[in-house]
Write a protein that binds this ligand. Structure first.
Ligand code: SF4
Length: 162
């Protein structure tokens, strides 16, 4: 089974602040599947470090006010195409991110407030019918050594093949 995973969740220092967000449960999962690493903001050519970004009214802005909607679209298109070429059946993406967030993202006020919505890559993968979850789902499932994928898919997403 091939799984797209946000690069920052794999410990790669690609976040806007030059850091990463490694999650042990995701790293464990990554050791048991074929990983397709994705980072739409990196694929967009945005530098590290960079100001943080948030979505607002259907567009994406850096905290310094720069409109990076086109860059996010370009990077997310590239990662979607990679995921499709790689035939991933699951994506584990970083929660709340303007590009990777699933169902919940920051609201564009840079105040830590969340609102309903998908990151630019998450929305594209959903549109292609790919199952998309955040690291929080993987943590909640506590994937076992024996069959981590089955447990992740057991969250009501078991209709997907392996
Ligand atoms: Fe992580 Fe996604 Fe942001 Fe890249 S774009 S740093 S993978 S949350």
């Amino acid at each position: 089974m091939r799984v797209a995973i946000s690069r920052c969740l794999l410990g790669q220092p690609v976040r806007y602040d030059g850091g990463s967000k490694p999650v042990p449960e995701v790293m464990s999962l990554a050791g048991k599947v074929d990983v397709c690493p994705v980072c739409p903001e990196g694929a967009a050519g945005l530098p590290v470090p960079r100001p943080p970004a948030e979505q607002r009214e259907g567009r994406v802005f850096l905290s310094d006010g720069r409109d990076v909607t086109a860059e996010f679209a370009h990077g997310s298109d590239a990662c979607r195409d990679l995921a499709l070429r790689s035939r991933v059946s699951l994506a584990v993406l970083k929660a709340k991110s303007p590009s990777c967030g699933v169902n919940l993202i920051y609201d564009g006020t840079y105040s830590g407030t969340l609102t309903a919505g998908d990151g630019t890559l998450a929305a594209r993968l959903k549109k292609e019918g790919i199952c998309v979850v955040t690291e929080d789902v993987v943590k909640a499932c506590k994937p076992s050594v024996e069959n981590p994928v089955a447990i992740v898919l057991g969250t009501g997403l078991g209709h997907l093949g392996s």
